[in-house]
Write a protein of this length. Structure first.
Length: 153
């Protein structure tokens, strides 16, 4: 079947939140119950959909002259099927549409050995993101944060 990329509407909220609930390795309880429900109402959210089912989402916001990825989630039943890549391509198209040449994100730093985020970092590197900032934090759940970016032509 054909996968469709489209913008989020409030009618999609329940499906997006269901996906986030299925990803506790990446989204902690605060993200799932507070941050994501708020952010998806105010950020530019793009979806990959097939036959009315949302397979993944990416939430984008503009700050510091970059388009930033706030959240990216793919339904676990659809991991490793190219959905994340479609979402990155959609974010790149969004960058072009608003005339911004940098796409950025932040994630758990590589000094922390946590397999789900080893996968996350490898995913971003695969799509051309490169490290531009590393910081230590006082958050025990994320003692090191890295910021990644890529140029969008």
């Amino acid at each position: 079947m054909t996968k469709n990329i489209r913008r989020f509407t409030l009618e999609d909220q329940d499906q997006v939140l269901q996906i986030s609930e299925l990803l506790p390795e990446w989204f902690d309880i605060d993200a799932r119950t507070r941050a994501i429900p708020i952010d998806i109402r105010f950020q530019e959210v793009l979806l990959v959909e097939e036959n009315g089912q949302i397979l993944g989402f990416i939430a984008l916001y503009i700050a510091e002259g970059r388009v930033n990825i706030g959240w990216l989630g793919v339904h676990p039943d659809h991991h490793r099927q190219g959905i994340g890549g479609l979402l990155i391509k959609a974010a790149e198209n969004y960058c072009r549409s608003v005339g911004i040449e940098e796409l950025a994100t932040y994630t758990l730093g590589d000094s922390v050995d946590y397999p789900p985020y080893n996968v996350t970092r490898a995913f971003y590197h695969k799509y051309g993101f490169r490290l531009y900032q590393r910081s230590q934090t006082d958050n025990p759940g994320c003692p090191e944060e890295i910021r990644l970016k890529k140029w969008v032509e």
